[in-house]
Write a protein that binds this ligand. Structure first.
Ligand code: G6Q
Length: 542
Protein backbone atom coordinates (compact mmCIF):
# COMPACT_ATOMS: atom_id res chain seq x y z
CA UNK A 1 0.00 0.00 0.00
CA UNK A 2 1.23 3.49 -0.57
CA UNK A 3 1.73 5.58 2.61
CA UNK A 4 -1.46 7.57 2.04
CA UNK A 5 -3.52 4.38 1.71
CA UNK A 6 -1.78 2.98 4.79
CA UNK A 7 -2.79 6.09 6.74
CA UNK A 8 -6.42 5.80 5.62
CA UNK A 9 -6.52 2.15 6.66
CA UNK A 10 -5.15 3.23 10.07
CA UNK A 11 -7.93 5.82 10.27
CA UNK A 12 -10.47 3.09 9.53
CA UNK A 13 -9.00 0.91 12.29
CA UNK A 14 -9.22 3.76 14.79
CA UNK A 15 -12.74 4.59 13.69
CA UNK A 16 -13.78 0.95 14.12
CA UNK A 17 -12.20 0.79 17.57
CA UNK A 18 -14.05 3.94 18.63
CA UNK A 19 -17.44 3.16 17.09
CA UNK A 20 -17.56 -0.58 17.68
CA UNK A 21 -18.74 -2.76 14.85
CA UNK A 22 -22.21 -3.89 15.76
CA UNK A 23 -24.00 -4.52 12.47
CA UNK A 24 -27.48 -4.75 14.03
CA UNK A 25 -27.30 -1.29 15.57
CA UNK A 26 -26.35 0.22 12.19
CA UNK A 27 -29.81 -0.78 10.94
CA UNK A 28 -31.39 0.94 13.94
CA UNK A 29 -29.43 4.12 13.20
CA UNK A 30 -30.10 4.25 9.47
CA UNK A 31 -33.63 3.51 8.27
CA UNK A 32 -32.43 3.50 4.66
CA UNK A 33 -29.45 1.23 5.33
CA UNK A 34 -30.46 -1.40 2.78
CA UNK A 35 -30.72 1.26 0.03
CA UNK A 36 -27.54 2.97 1.14
CA UNK A 37 -25.52 -0.23 1.27
CA UNK A 38 -26.68 -2.11 -1.80
CA UNK A 39 -25.84 -1.56 -5.45
CA UNK A 40 -26.89 -2.89 -8.82
CA UNK A 41 -24.98 -4.06 -11.85
CA UNK A 42 -27.55 -4.72 -14.56
CA UNK A 43 -30.08 -7.13 -13.04
CA UNK A 44 -27.77 -8.21 -10.25
CA UNK A 45 -28.18 -6.80 -6.77
CA UNK A 46 -25.33 -6.69 -4.26
CA UNK A 47 -26.48 -6.28 -0.66
CA UNK A 48 -23.59 -5.41 1.63
CA UNK A 49 -25.72 -3.87 4.37
CA UNK A 50 -25.07 -6.89 6.63
CA UNK A 51 -21.46 -5.75 7.17
CA UNK A 52 -20.18 -3.29 9.77
CA UNK A 53 -19.42 -0.66 7.11
CA UNK A 54 -21.27 2.62 7.79
CA UNK A 55 -21.24 5.90 5.82
CA UNK A 56 -17.97 7.14 7.33
CA UNK A 57 -16.22 3.78 6.80
CA UNK A 58 -17.56 3.62 3.25
CA UNK A 59 -16.29 7.07 2.48
CA UNK A 60 -12.83 6.22 3.87
CA UNK A 61 -12.80 2.98 1.85
CA UNK A 62 -13.63 4.95 -1.31
CA UNK A 63 -10.69 7.19 -0.42
CA UNK A 64 -8.53 4.07 -0.25
CA UNK A 65 -9.54 3.14 -3.80
CA UNK A 66 -8.83 6.65 -5.08
CA UNK A 67 -5.56 7.01 -3.19
CA UNK A 68 -4.38 3.63 -4.49
CA UNK A 69 -4.93 4.83 -8.07
CA UNK A 70 -7.54 2.20 -8.95
CA UNK A 71 -9.05 4.36 -11.70
CA UNK A 72 -5.73 5.12 -13.40
CA UNK A 73 -4.58 1.49 -13.27
CA UNK A 74 -7.96 0.34 -14.60
CA UNK A 75 -7.43 2.68 -17.54
CA UNK A 76 -3.92 1.34 -18.07
CA UNK A 77 -5.22 -2.22 -18.10
CA UNK A 78 -7.96 -1.44 -20.65
CA UNK A 79 -5.48 0.57 -22.74
CA UNK A 80 -3.30 -2.54 -23.15
CA UNK A 81 -0.39 -1.38 -20.94
CA UNK A 82 1.96 -4.12 -19.69
CA UNK A 83 0.55 -4.12 -16.16
CA UNK A 84 1.70 -7.71 -15.59
CA UNK A 85 5.11 -6.32 -14.74
CA UNK A 86 6.90 -9.52 -13.75
CA UNK A 87 6.04 -11.21 -17.04
CA UNK A 88 6.14 -8.04 -19.15
CA UNK A 89 2.66 -8.57 -20.55
CA UNK A 90 -0.57 -6.72 -21.08
CA UNK A 91 -3.68 -8.06 -19.32
CA UNK A 92 -6.64 -7.97 -21.67
CA UNK A 93 -9.02 -10.89 -21.24
CA UNK A 94 -11.71 -8.17 -21.61
CA UNK A 95 -10.90 -8.00 -25.35
CA UNK A 96 -12.17 -11.57 -25.69
CA UNK A 97 -15.67 -10.49 -24.73
CA UNK A 98 -15.78 -7.26 -26.75
CA UNK A 99 -18.23 -7.15 -29.65
CA UNK A 100 -16.70 -7.88 -33.07
CA UNK A 101 -15.69 -4.67 -34.78
CA UNK A 102 -14.36 -3.06 -31.58
CA UNK A 103 -10.80 -1.82 -31.46
CA UNK A 104 -8.37 -3.00 -28.78
CA UNK A 105 -4.77 -1.93 -29.15
CA UNK A 106 -2.06 -4.09 -27.61
CA UNK A 107 1.59 -3.46 -28.51
CA UNK A 108 0.45 -1.12 -31.27
CA UNK A 109 -1.83 -3.71 -32.92
CA UNK A 110 -5.62 -3.93 -33.03
CA UNK A 111 -6.06 -7.48 -31.70
CA UNK A 112 -9.79 -7.66 -32.38
CA UNK A 113 -9.32 -9.01 -35.91
CA UNK A 114 -7.55 -12.10 -34.55
CA UNK A 115 -9.95 -12.40 -31.60
CA UNK A 116 -12.95 -12.37 -33.93
CA UNK A 117 -11.33 -14.81 -36.37
CA UNK A 118 -10.73 -17.39 -33.61
CA UNK A 119 -14.22 -16.84 -32.16
CA UNK A 120 -15.75 -17.41 -35.64
CA UNK A 121 -13.61 -20.51 -36.26
CA UNK A 122 -14.64 -21.95 -32.88
CA UNK A 123 -18.31 -21.28 -33.63
CA UNK A 124 -18.09 -22.91 -37.07
CA UNK A 125 -16.36 -25.95 -35.61
CA UNK A 126 -18.75 -26.19 -32.64
CA UNK A 127 -21.76 -25.94 -34.94
CA UNK A 128 -20.26 -28.69 -37.13
CA UNK A 129 -19.79 -31.03 -34.16
CA UNK A 130 -23.20 -30.18 -32.71
CA UNK A 131 -25.10 -30.78 -35.95
CA UNK A 132 -23.08 -33.89 -36.81
CA UNK A 133 -21.31 -32.66 -39.94
CA UNK A 134 -17.91 -32.86 -38.19
CA UNK A 135 -17.60 -36.55 -37.45
CA UNK A 136 -15.23 -39.03 -35.86
CA UNK A 137 -14.17 -42.40 -37.26
CA UNK A 138 -17.28 -43.94 -35.67
CA UNK A 139 -19.74 -41.27 -36.80
CA UNK A 140 -21.34 -38.36 -34.95
CA UNK A 141 -19.23 -37.15 -32.02
CA UNK A 142 -21.21 -37.84 -28.87
CA UNK A 143 -18.53 -37.20 -26.24
CA UNK A 144 -15.97 -34.47 -25.67
CA UNK A 145 -13.03 -35.06 -23.32
CA UNK A 146 -11.42 -31.79 -22.26
CA UNK A 147 -7.86 -32.42 -21.09
CA UNK A 148 -6.37 -29.44 -19.24
CA UNK A 149 -5.54 -28.28 -15.73
CA UNK A 150 -5.75 -25.11 -13.62
CA UNK A 151 -6.94 -22.24 -15.77
CA UNK A 152 -7.35 -24.63 -18.71
CA UNK A 153 -9.81 -26.76 -16.75
CA UNK A 154 -11.52 -24.89 -13.91
CA UNK A 155 -13.22 -22.25 -16.09
CA UNK A 156 -14.78 -24.53 -18.69
CA UNK A 157 -15.53 -27.26 -16.10
CA UNK A 158 -17.20 -24.83 -13.67
CA UNK A 159 -19.15 -23.07 -16.43
CA UNK A 160 -20.29 -26.28 -18.15
CA UNK A 161 -21.76 -27.48 -14.86
CA UNK A 162 -23.21 -24.03 -14.08
CA UNK A 163 -24.97 -23.95 -17.43
CA UNK A 164 -26.20 -27.57 -17.40
CA UNK A 165 -29.78 -26.42 -18.14
CA UNK A 166 -28.49 -24.93 -21.44
CA UNK A 167 -26.39 -27.98 -22.34
CA UNK A 168 -27.83 -29.45 -25.54
CA UNK A 169 -24.60 -30.52 -27.25
CA UNK A 170 -22.46 -33.63 -26.82
CA UNK A 171 -21.58 -34.95 -23.35
CA UNK A 172 -18.50 -33.22 -21.94
CA UNK A 173 -15.98 -34.85 -19.58
CA UNK A 174 -13.11 -33.03 -17.89
CA UNK A 175 -9.78 -34.71 -17.17
CA UNK A 176 -7.22 -32.70 -15.22
CA UNK A 177 -5.40 -34.81 -12.65
CA UNK A 178 -2.20 -36.67 -13.49
CA UNK A 179 -3.56 -39.44 -11.27
CA UNK A 180 -4.23 -42.15 -13.87
CA UNK A 181 -7.66 -42.72 -12.34
CA UNK A 182 -8.91 -39.53 -13.96
CA UNK A 183 -8.13 -40.38 -17.59
CA UNK A 184 -8.68 -44.15 -17.24
CA UNK A 185 -12.12 -43.84 -15.71
CA UNK A 186 -13.09 -41.29 -18.35
CA UNK A 187 -11.82 -43.46 -21.23
CA UNK A 188 -13.86 -46.36 -19.81
CA UNK A 189 -17.01 -44.26 -20.25
CA UNK A 190 -16.52 -43.27 -23.89
CA UNK A 191 -16.26 -44.86 -27.31
CA UNK A 192 -13.10 -43.98 -29.26
CA UNK A 193 -14.91 -43.68 -32.60
CA UNK A 194 -17.33 -41.03 -31.35
CA UNK A 195 -15.11 -39.09 -28.94
CA UNK A 196 -13.32 -35.80 -29.51
CA UNK A 197 -10.35 -34.92 -27.29
CA UNK A 198 -9.84 -31.22 -26.62
CA UNK A 199 -6.29 -30.62 -25.43
CA UNK A 200 -6.45 -27.32 -23.56
CA UNK A 201 -3.05 -25.93 -22.67
CA UNK A 202 -1.78 -22.40 -23.11
CA UNK A 203 1.85 -23.56 -23.15
CA UNK A 204 1.31 -27.14 -24.44
CA UNK A 205 4.07 -28.24 -22.05
CA UNK A 206 2.21 -28.75 -18.75
CA UNK A 207 3.21 -32.14 -17.33
CA UNK A 208 -0.26 -33.24 -16.22
CA UNK A 209 -1.97 -32.23 -19.46
CA UNK A 210 0.67 -33.58 -21.81
CA UNK A 211 0.82 -36.91 -19.92
CA UNK A 212 -2.97 -37.27 -20.09
CA UNK A 213 -3.00 -36.13 -23.74
CA UNK A 214 -0.40 -38.75 -24.72
CA UNK A 215 -2.30 -41.47 -22.88
CA UNK A 216 -5.47 -40.45 -24.75
CA UNK A 217 -3.56 -40.33 -28.05
CA UNK A 218 -2.11 -43.83 -27.51
CA UNK A 219 -5.60 -45.11 -26.69
CA UNK A 220 -7.06 -43.63 -29.88
CA UNK A 221 -4.17 -44.99 -31.99
CA UNK A 222 -4.60 -48.42 -30.42
CA UNK A 223 -8.35 -48.44 -31.11
CA UNK A 224 -8.53 -46.62 -34.46
CA UNK A 225 -5.01 -46.31 -35.85
CA UNK A 226 -2.57 -43.39 -36.23
CA UNK A 227 -4.66 -41.81 -38.99
CA UNK A 228 -7.52 -41.15 -36.54
CA UNK A 229 -5.54 -38.60 -34.50
CA UNK A 230 -6.36 -35.81 -36.96
CA UNK A 231 -10.11 -36.36 -36.58
CA UNK A 232 -10.22 -36.98 -32.86
CA UNK A 233 -8.02 -34.27 -31.40
CA UNK A 234 -8.23 -30.50 -31.26
CA UNK A 235 -5.92 -28.12 -29.42
CA UNK A 236 -6.50 -24.84 -27.59
CA UNK A 237 -3.16 -23.16 -27.12
CA UNK A 238 -0.86 -20.21 -27.69
CA UNK A 239 1.88 -22.63 -28.83
CA UNK A 240 0.64 -23.63 -32.27
CA UNK A 241 4.05 -25.08 -33.27
CA UNK A 242 3.77 -27.65 -30.47
CA UNK A 243 0.18 -28.61 -31.33
CA UNK A 244 1.28 -29.45 -34.87
CA UNK A 245 4.06 -31.71 -33.53
CA UNK A 246 1.42 -33.59 -31.54
CA UNK A 247 -0.37 -34.35 -34.83
CA UNK A 248 -3.20 -31.82 -34.58
CA UNK A 249 -4.38 -30.29 -37.86
CA UNK A 250 -3.87 -26.54 -38.25
CA UNK A 251 -7.61 -25.96 -38.69
CA UNK A 252 -8.26 -27.83 -35.43
CA UNK A 253 -5.85 -25.72 -33.37
CA UNK A 254 -7.55 -22.69 -31.85
CA UNK A 255 -5.13 -20.03 -30.68
CA UNK A 256 -5.03 -17.31 -28.08
CA UNK A 257 -2.39 -14.86 -26.86
CA UNK A 258 0.02 -14.21 -24.00
CA UNK A 259 -2.09 -11.25 -22.78
CA UNK A 260 -4.72 -13.81 -21.67
CA UNK A 261 -3.78 -15.24 -18.26
CA UNK A 262 -4.58 -18.93 -17.66
CA UNK A 263 -7.18 -18.27 -14.96
CA UNK A 264 -8.72 -15.52 -17.11
CA UNK A 265 -8.94 -17.68 -20.24
CA UNK A 266 -12.44 -19.20 -20.20
CA UNK A 267 -13.48 -16.40 -22.59
CA UNK A 268 -10.86 -17.49 -25.14
CA UNK A 269 -10.41 -20.68 -27.17
CA UNK A 270 -10.15 -22.39 -23.76
CA UNK A 271 -13.95 -22.03 -23.66
CA UNK A 272 -14.40 -24.41 -26.65
CA UNK A 273 -15.71 -27.36 -24.57
CA UNK A 274 -18.28 -25.03 -22.99
CA UNK A 275 -19.23 -23.75 -26.45
CA UNK A 276 -19.63 -27.33 -27.71
CA UNK A 277 -21.95 -28.01 -24.75
CA UNK A 278 -24.18 -24.92 -24.85
CA UNK A 279 -23.75 -23.75 -28.46
CA UNK A 280 -22.18 -20.59 -29.90
CA UNK A 281 -25.24 -18.40 -29.25
CA UNK A 282 -25.32 -19.14 -25.54
CA UNK A 283 -21.55 -18.74 -25.47
CA UNK A 284 -21.99 -15.28 -27.01
CA UNK A 285 -24.48 -14.43 -24.24
CA UNK A 286 -21.90 -15.57 -21.69
CA UNK A 287 -19.33 -13.21 -23.26
CA UNK A 288 -21.91 -10.41 -23.44
CA UNK A 289 -22.63 -10.73 -19.70
CA UNK A 290 -18.94 -10.30 -18.90
CA UNK A 291 -18.68 -7.39 -21.36
CA UNK A 292 -21.62 -5.64 -19.64
CA UNK A 293 -19.66 -5.86 -16.37
CA UNK A 294 -16.54 -4.47 -18.07
CA UNK A 295 -18.57 -1.45 -19.15
CA UNK A 296 -20.06 -1.04 -15.68
CA UNK A 297 -16.57 -1.30 -14.14
CA UNK A 298 -15.19 1.35 -16.51
CA UNK A 299 -18.03 3.84 -16.34
CA UNK A 300 -19.78 3.74 -12.96
CA UNK A 301 -18.62 6.09 -10.21
CA UNK A 302 -16.69 4.21 -7.53
CA UNK A 303 -19.50 4.46 -4.97
CA UNK A 304 -21.90 2.59 -7.29
CA UNK A 305 -19.34 0.37 -8.94
CA UNK A 306 -20.15 -3.19 -7.88
CA UNK A 307 -16.71 -4.82 -8.36
CA UNK A 308 -15.11 -1.83 -6.58
CA UNK A 309 -17.56 -2.14 -3.68
CA UNK A 310 -16.96 -5.92 -3.50
CA UNK A 311 -13.23 -5.21 -3.32
CA UNK A 312 -13.63 -2.55 -0.63
CA UNK A 313 -15.78 -4.80 1.53
CA UNK A 314 -12.96 -7.36 1.24
CA UNK A 315 -10.33 -4.73 2.13
CA UNK A 316 -12.37 -3.75 5.19
CA UNK A 317 -12.57 -7.35 6.37
CA UNK A 318 -8.96 -8.23 5.61
CA UNK A 319 -7.05 -5.06 6.48
CA UNK A 320 -9.28 -3.29 9.01
CA UNK A 321 -10.85 -6.26 10.84
CA UNK A 322 -8.01 -8.74 10.19
CA UNK A 323 -10.23 -11.65 9.08
CA UNK A 324 -8.19 -14.39 7.38
CA UNK A 325 -10.77 -16.27 5.37
CA UNK A 326 -13.71 -15.69 3.10
CA UNK A 327 -16.47 -18.19 2.28
CA UNK A 328 -18.36 -18.34 -1.01
CA UNK A 329 -21.73 -20.00 -0.55
CA UNK A 330 -23.83 -20.43 -3.68
CA UNK A 331 -27.50 -21.21 -3.05
CA UNK A 332 -27.53 -22.47 -6.61
CA UNK A 333 -26.58 -26.10 -7.07
CA UNK A 334 -25.24 -25.52 -10.57
CA UNK A 335 -22.59 -23.24 -9.05
CA UNK A 336 -21.09 -26.20 -7.17
CA UNK A 337 -17.65 -25.59 -8.71
CA UNK A 338 -17.81 -21.80 -8.45
CA UNK A 339 -16.02 -21.70 -5.06
CA UNK A 340 -13.19 -23.83 -6.52
CA UNK A 341 -13.02 -21.53 -9.53
CA UNK A 342 -12.87 -18.45 -7.30
CA UNK A 343 -10.23 -20.15 -5.18
CA UNK A 344 -7.93 -20.10 -8.17
CA UNK A 345 -9.00 -16.67 -9.38
CA UNK A 346 -8.55 -15.05 -5.98
CA UNK A 347 -5.81 -17.06 -4.28
CA UNK A 348 -3.54 -17.52 -7.32
CA UNK A 349 -3.98 -13.85 -8.20
CA UNK A 350 -3.68 -12.23 -4.79
CA UNK A 351 -1.87 -14.83 -2.66
CA UNK A 352 1.34 -12.76 -2.87
CA UNK A 353 3.69 -11.12 -0.38
CA UNK A 354 5.85 -8.90 -2.59
CA UNK A 355 4.89 -5.56 -4.17
CA UNK A 356 5.24 -4.50 -7.83
CA UNK A 357 8.64 -3.11 -6.81
CA UNK A 358 9.83 -6.35 -5.22
CA UNK A 359 9.42 -5.21 -1.63
CA UNK A 360 7.97 -7.40 1.09
CA UNK A 361 4.47 -6.21 2.02
CA UNK A 362 3.73 -5.31 5.63
CA UNK A 363 -0.04 -5.63 5.26
CA UNK A 364 -2.32 -8.60 4.71
CA UNK A 365 -3.10 -9.59 1.11
CA UNK A 366 -5.52 -12.22 -0.29
CA UNK A 367 -7.63 -14.22 2.17
CA UNK A 368 -8.21 -17.99 2.18
CA UNK A 369 -11.21 -18.54 -0.09
CA UNK A 370 -13.38 -21.62 0.24
CA UNK A 371 -16.97 -22.75 0.07
CA UNK A 372 -19.61 -25.23 -0.98
CA UNK A 373 -23.16 -24.91 -2.17
CA UNK A 374 -25.78 -24.12 0.45
CA UNK A 375 -27.81 -25.79 1.88
CA UNK A 376 -25.33 -28.69 2.04
CA UNK A 377 -22.81 -26.55 3.92
CA UNK A 378 -25.48 -25.72 6.53
CA UNK A 379 -25.46 -29.35 7.60
CA UNK A 380 -21.69 -29.40 7.85
CA UNK A 381 -19.23 -26.52 8.27
CA UNK A 382 -21.69 -23.69 9.02
CA UNK A 383 -21.31 -24.71 12.68
CA UNK A 384 -17.89 -23.04 12.64
CA UNK A 385 -19.14 -19.97 10.77
CA UNK A 386 -21.88 -19.48 13.39
CA UNK A 387 -20.14 -20.42 16.62
CA UNK A 388 -16.44 -20.92 15.88
CA UNK A 389 -13.71 -18.60 17.13
CA UNK A 390 -12.87 -17.20 13.68
CA UNK A 391 -15.08 -14.64 11.97
CA UNK A 392 -15.49 -15.68 8.33
CA UNK A 393 -17.19 -13.15 6.08
CA UNK A 394 -19.27 -14.90 3.44
CA UNK A 395 -20.75 -14.20 0.01
CA UNK A 396 -24.20 -15.72 -0.54
CA UNK A 397 -25.23 -16.18 -4.18
CA UNK A 398 -28.95 -16.57 -4.82
CA UNK A 399 -31.08 -16.77 -7.99
CA UNK A 400 -34.63 -15.43 -7.68
CA UNK A 401 -35.82 -17.99 -10.20
CA UNK A 402 -34.72 -21.59 -10.60
CA UNK A 403 -33.67 -23.12 -13.89
CA UNK A 404 -35.20 -26.35 -12.58
CA UNK A 405 -38.37 -25.34 -10.75
CA UNK A 406 -40.27 -28.05 -8.93
CA UNK A 407 -42.81 -27.67 -6.13
CA UNK A 408 -41.61 -25.28 -3.45
CA UNK A 409 -37.93 -26.36 -3.57
CA UNK A 410 -36.72 -22.99 -4.71
CA UNK A 411 -38.71 -20.99 -2.18
CA UNK A 412 -37.26 -23.19 0.58
CA UNK A 413 -33.76 -22.72 -0.83
CA UNK A 414 -34.13 -18.93 -0.78
CA UNK A 415 -35.64 -18.96 2.71
CA UNK A 416 -32.55 -20.84 3.88
CA UNK A 417 -30.17 -18.38 2.23
CA UNK A 418 -31.84 -15.28 3.66
CA UNK A 419 -32.26 -16.96 7.06
CA UNK A 420 -28.55 -17.78 7.26
CA UNK A 421 -27.44 -14.20 6.59
CA UNK A 422 -29.92 -13.01 9.21
CA UNK A 423 -28.85 -15.61 11.77
CA UNK A 424 -25.18 -14.78 11.22
CA UNK A 425 -25.88 -11.11 11.84
CA UNK A 426 -28.40 -11.39 14.69
CA UNK A 427 -26.95 -14.26 16.66
CA UNK A 428 -28.70 -15.28 19.88
CA UNK A 429 -27.76 -14.11 23.36
CA UNK A 430 -27.30 -16.50 26.29
CA UNK A 431 -30.32 -14.85 27.93
CA UNK A 432 -32.43 -15.47 24.84
CA UNK A 433 -31.28 -19.08 24.69
CA UNK A 434 -32.07 -19.48 28.41
CA UNK A 435 -35.55 -18.03 27.88
CA UNK A 436 -36.24 -20.53 25.10
CA UNK A 437 -35.13 -23.40 27.32
CA UNK A 438 -37.31 -22.09 30.15
CA UNK A 439 -40.32 -22.00 27.80
CA UNK A 440 -39.53 -25.57 26.77
CA UNK A 441 -39.87 -26.57 30.47
CA UNK A 442 -36.21 -27.22 31.28
CA UNK A 443 -34.99 -27.06 34.87
CA UNK A 444 -32.86 -24.07 35.98
CA UNK A 445 -29.85 -26.40 36.27
CA UNK A 446 -30.33 -27.62 32.71
CA UNK A 447 -30.83 -24.06 31.49
CA UNK A 448 -27.57 -22.96 33.07
CA UNK A 449 -25.73 -25.94 31.59
CA UNK A 450 -27.17 -25.69 28.04
CA UNK A 451 -27.74 -21.98 27.37
CA UNK A 452 -24.08 -21.11 26.58
CA UNK A 453 -23.98 -23.90 23.99
CA UNK A 454 -27.15 -22.67 22.33
CA UNK A 455 -26.09 -19.02 22.15
CA UNK A 456 -24.68 -17.47 18.94
CA UNK A 457 -22.28 -14.50 19.01
CA UNK A 458 -23.82 -13.03 15.83
CA UNK A 459 -22.42 -9.88 14.21
CA UNK A 460 -20.90 -12.03 11.45
CA UNK A 461 -20.78 -10.17 8.12
CA UNK A 462 -22.22 -11.38 4.84
CA UNK A 463 -22.84 -10.04 1.35
CA UNK A 464 -25.74 -11.32 -0.74
CA UNK A 465 -25.71 -11.43 -4.53
CA UNK A 466 -29.28 -11.74 -5.79
CA UNK A 467 -29.88 -12.19 -9.52
CA UNK A 468 -32.96 -13.14 -11.56
CA UNK A 469 -31.72 -16.50 -12.92
CA UNK A 470 -28.44 -18.28 -13.64
CA UNK A 471 -28.36 -17.76 -17.42
CA UNK A 472 -25.20 -17.74 -19.60
CA UNK A 473 -25.34 -13.92 -19.44
CA UNK A 474 -25.54 -13.89 -15.63
CA UNK A 475 -22.73 -16.42 -15.26
CA UNK A 476 -20.54 -14.21 -17.45
CA UNK A 477 -21.44 -11.28 -15.22
CA UNK A 478 -20.67 -13.10 -11.99
CA UNK A 479 -17.22 -14.24 -13.14
CA UNK A 480 -16.29 -10.79 -14.47
CA UNK A 481 -17.43 -9.11 -11.23
CA UNK A 482 -15.06 -11.28 -9.22
CA UNK A 483 -12.25 -10.80 -11.78
CA UNK A 484 -12.44 -7.03 -11.40
CA UNK A 485 -12.79 -7.30 -7.62
CA UNK A 486 -9.50 -9.22 -7.59
CA UNK A 487 -7.88 -6.54 -9.80
CA UNK A 488 -9.01 -3.69 -7.53
CA UNK A 489 -7.72 -5.46 -4.42
CA UNK A 490 -4.40 -6.29 -6.11
CA UNK A 491 -4.06 -2.62 -7.02
CA UNK A 492 -4.69 -1.50 -3.43
CA UNK A 493 -2.27 -4.12 -2.09
CA UNK A 494 0.28 -3.20 -4.82
CA UNK A 495 0.74 -6.81 -5.86
CA UNK A 496 0.77 -8.29 -9.35
CA UNK A 497 -2.49 -10.25 -9.62
CA UNK A 498 -1.47 -11.70 -12.97
CA UNK A 499 1.60 -13.85 -12.31
CA UNK A 500 1.85 -17.11 -10.32
CA UNK A 501 5.48 -17.77 -9.44
CA UNK A 502 4.34 -19.51 -6.26
CA UNK A 503 3.35 -22.62 -8.21
CA UNK A 504 6.80 -23.08 -9.77
CA UNK A 505 8.98 -24.44 -6.95
CA UNK A 506 6.90 -27.59 -6.42
CA UNK A 507 7.00 -28.27 -10.20
CA UNK A 508 10.80 -27.93 -10.19
CA UNK A 509 11.24 -30.31 -7.28
CA UNK A 510 8.83 -32.85 -8.81
CA UNK A 511 11.10 -32.82 -11.87
CA UNK A 512 14.13 -33.50 -9.66
CA UNK A 513 12.37 -36.23 -7.70
CA UNK A 514 10.94 -38.21 -10.60
CA UNK A 515 14.26 -39.97 -11.38
CA UNK A 516 14.50 -41.02 -7.73
CA UNK A 517 10.93 -42.40 -7.85
CA UNK A 518 11.79 -44.26 -11.06
CA UNK A 519 14.93 -45.63 -9.41
CA UNK A 520 17.22 -43.80 -11.82
CA UNK A 521 19.33 -42.06 -9.19
CA UNK A 522 19.58 -38.38 -8.43
CA UNK A 523 20.43 -36.07 -5.56
CA UNK A 524 19.99 -37.07 -1.92
CA UNK A 525 17.05 -35.23 -0.37
CA UNK A 526 16.31 -34.19 3.21
CA UNK A 527 15.79 -36.91 5.84
CA UNK A 528 12.00 -36.80 5.69
CA UNK A 529 11.85 -37.15 1.90
CA UNK A 530 14.54 -39.87 2.01
CA UNK A 531 12.44 -41.69 4.62
CA UNK A 532 9.38 -41.44 2.40
CA UNK A 533 11.34 -42.63 -0.66
CA UNK A 534 12.61 -45.66 1.27
CA UNK A 535 9.12 -46.48 2.61
CA UNK A 536 7.65 -46.04 -0.90
CA UNK A 537 10.26 -48.41 -2.35
CA UNK A 538 9.65 -51.04 0.27
CA UNK A 539 5.84 -50.84 -0.16
CA UNK A 540 6.20 -51.16 -3.94
CA UNK A 541 8.63 -54.07 -3.68
CA UNK A 542 6.87 -55.74 -0.76
C1 G6Q B 1 -3.44 -19.87 -14.32
C2 G6Q B 1 -2.22 -20.61 -14.19
C3 G6Q B 1 -2.36 -22.10 -14.26
C4 G6Q B 1 -2.42 -22.64 -15.69
C5 G6Q B 1 -2.16 -24.15 -15.65
C6 G6Q B 1 -2.26 -24.79 -17.00
O1 G6Q B 1 -3.52 -18.66 -14.33
O2 G6Q B 1 -1.28 -20.10 -15.05
O3 G6Q B 1 -3.46 -22.60 -13.56
O4 G6Q B 1 -3.64 -22.34 -16.27
O5 G6Q B 1 -0.91 -24.40 -15.07
O6 G6Q B 1 -1.33 -24.24 -17.87
P1 G6Q B 1 -1.39 -24.54 -19.41
O7 G6Q B 1 -2.65 -23.99 -19.93
O8 G6Q B 1 -0.17 -23.88 -20.00
O9 G6Q B 1 -1.35 -26.03 -19.56
Amino acid sequence: MNPVVHATIDLLKTYRAEQGDDIGSLFAEDGARFDNFSAKCGDLLLDYSKTAIDQRAKSLLLDVAREAGVEARREDMFAGASINVTEGRAVHHMALRMPSGSEVMIDGQNVMKDVTAVRDAMAAFANGVRCGSVKGGGGVLTDIVNIGIGGSDLGPAMATLALAPYHDGPRVHFVSNIDGADILETLARVDAGTTLFVIASKTFTTQETMTNARTARNWVVEKLGEGAVADHFVALSTALDKTAEFGIRDDRAFGFWDWVGGRYSVWSAIGLSLMLAIGPENFDDFLAGAHAVDEHFCTMPLEENVPVLMALVGIYHRNVCGYDAKAVLPYDNHLARFPAYLQQLDMESNGKGVTFDGEQVDWQTGPIVWGEPGTNGQHAFYQLIHQGTSVIPADFLVAAEANNAIGDHHEKLIANAFAQTEALMRGKSVEHAAEELRKAGKSEAEIERLAPHKAFPGNRPTCTFLYPKLTPHMLGMLIALYEHKVFVQGTIWRINSFDQWGVELGKELAGELLPRILGEGGETRNASTEGLLAAFKSMRNG
